[in-house]
Design a binder for this molecule. Structure first.
Ligand code: KPL
Length: 313
């Protein structure tokens, strides 16, 4: 039997990746009245519904009964929209087996830290539309189906390939996600978020500190050097970034998330793989393509790889 959505109809929107951000979006879309399902990992049980327990920024509790869609069933064949919220390094492997089962007009949305996986996916999309997205909303997973929102933040979405998302779906996403916007050019927005992650994530992981510590004067040369290298590489990729605006944005994210541990800090602390390949590693791969040296990014990349190897990853 097909899994049923909130109003008894099969979900037309699914979220692949039920981590903190996936469940946050599931809550926001469900609240907005959308029929949303979560795509389960193969072998994650027989249940066809789960109760998602969500705590919002004002401490309100919500419980949503959400359809759990098995990957290998008919349930995914009629989806209109698939939001992919897995870690950057899981995107290609998680999506590849699903692609042949999706409708030809299913629109895909990738939302993860870092950049790069879409380049691998482009030749596999068989004419489907692809939207890229980034969010600075903070969420923390307290249990398998229990998530707390930890901070507000900007969410940006924009077309990158194939048919553009319909007005109706755009309106649904922008209406459901607070402080969200459609960007006519998404790549500059992604490079700007990449800059924030390229500084905060490796530095907090290497120096074992909260984001706010990076405001210290002693970090200034590293902060500036990572940004300068990234600006040069982005320019060679055809993306013009403003150094002053980027510095301001970084300072503002550091201030807004001062008490948080970055995702890379948390990944290393828990012995998990980090997104270093898709963050500083992406900058390095584009730098190599253009024959540009990026020594500070390389140093941070190598140090994270070393720490990752020590923790068994
Ligand atoms: O996205 C983040 C992350 O931790 O991955 C930032 C913005 C750096 C906040 O911690």
């Amino acid at each position: 039997m097909a899994a049923q959505g909130v109003n008894g109809n099969p979900p037309r929107i699914a979220i692949l990746g039920a981590g903190a951000v996936g469940q946050l979006l599931c809550h926001q879309l469900t609240q907005a009245g959308a029929r949303v399902g979560l795509i389960a990992r193969p072998g994650s049980g027989q249940a066809d519904r789960v109760t998602l327990d969500f705590t919002s920024l004002d401490n309100s509790r919500y419980q949503h009964s959400v359809a759990l869609l098995p990957q290998d069933a008919d349930a995914v064949k009629d989806l209109d929209l698939l939001l992919v919220c897995v870690k950057a390094y899981q995107v290609v492997d998680a999506l590849t087996p699903l692609l042949p089962r999706l409708a030809a007009d299913c629109q895909l949305v990738l939302m993860h830290n870092g950049m790069g996986p879409y380049l691998t996916l482009l030749p596999k999309l068989a004419g489907r539309g692809l939207t890229l997205a980034t969010t600075s909303q903070g969420a923390l997973r307290q249990g398998q189906w229990q998530v707390t929102q930890t901070g507000p933040g900007l969410t940006q979405l924009g077309w990158i390939h194939g048919p553009v998302m319909s007005e109706q779906h755009r309106a649904l996403l922008l209406g459901a996600i607070p402080d969200s916007q459609w960007c006519e050019a998404i790549l500059p927005a992604l490079w700007q978020k990449l800059a924030v992650n390229a500084v905060i994530n490796p530095l907090t992981a290497i120096y074992e500190c909260r984001n706010g510590e990076l405001r210290r004067e002693s970090f200034r040369p590293l902060r500036e050097s990572v940004l300068q290298e990234l600006i040069q590489v982005a320019a060679a990729d055809g993306i013009a970034l403003d150094a002053h605006a980027l510095g301001e944005r970084l300072a503002s994210v550091i201030a807004l998330t001062a008490n948080n541990y970055s995702s890379m800090h948390q990944d290393l602390a828990h012995g998990r793989r980090t997104e270093i390949e898709e963050i500083n590693g992406f900058i390095l791969s584009r730098a190599a393509l253009h024959g540009i040296a990026a020594p500070t990014n390389l140093r941070l990349y190598r140090e994270i790889k070393r720490l990752q190897a020590l923790s068994g990853q």
